[in-house]
Design a protein around this ligand. Structure first.
Ligand SMILES: O=c1ccn([C@H]2C[C@H](O)[C@@H](COP(=O)(O)O)O2)c(=O)[nH]1
Ligand code: ZN
Length: 189
């Protein structure tokens, strides 16, 4: 365990950005989409999570009956007409009165339709992990709208490549803690 030598305080805890992005990634694990699992986490100015969402079929539209395919001869048989995007679900699922001045953490840069929802909901900042569709018109349009609406967006670079959730950790005793590793810089948040 990495601890502060003076206070004994644990040092290798998740910082806020790592925590909120990891939450978005955890939420994405609920998605039934076989190709792309996207998660979103909306955080207010007090660093409280007020909403999460992942890509999935609308309420009442069974994810066992609606299609999950991509390349079908009839577009009506692919997922694209039906699936709700993570960002939209997060905004719709909010457990606060509104999401004004909030930040949304999302695995994938929002598409143009989600950009509109983000802007109209009052979210002021977008933190994204992947910009793999940067060349697509949907992404170019989304950025154009964010720029015009004064929405800040920036790419998140994780502190570590992986955040591991090990359920057995809760039963560890002091002897079974991970071995000492070189100490990291103290974190402020
Ligand atoms: O802003 C976005 C863009 C896409 N998604 C979801 C919608 C779909 O379920 C997948 C994309 O599927 P592909 O097979 O990679 O085309 O991602 C989203 O939630 N938010
Ligand atoms: Zn979208």
């Amino acid at each position: 365990m990495i601890s502060n030598p003076t206070s004994g305080k644990r040092e290798n805890y998740l910082n806020w950005n790592d925590f909120f992005m990891a939450t978005a990634f955890l939420v994405a694990k609920r998605s039934k989409d076989p190709v792309s699992q996207v998660g979103a986490c909306i955080v207010n100015q007090d660093k409280k999570i007020v909403a999460t969402g992942y890509n999935g079929m609308p309420l009442g539209c069974s994810d066992d009956e609606f299609p999950w395919g991509k390349k079908t001869s009839n577009k009506l048989d692919s997922k694209y007409f039906y699936v709700c995007h993570a960002e939209m679900n997060a905004v719709m699922n909010k457990n606060s009165a509104d999401v004004k001045n909030c930040t949304i953490y999302v695995g994938l840069f929002p598409c143009n339709e989600c950009a509109k929802i983000i802007i109209q909901s009052g979210i002021k900042e977008v933190v994204y992990m992947s910009d793999k569709h940067a060349h697509k018109k949907e992404t170019v349009a989304a950025k154009r709208m964010f720029d015009s609406a004064g929405i800040k967006y920036w790419q998140y670079i994780p502190t570590d490549e992986k955040v591991v959730i090990d359920f057995s950790e809760i039963n560890w005793n002091e002897q079974r803690q991970v071995p000492e590793t070189p100490q990291k810089m103290s974190q402020q948040d």
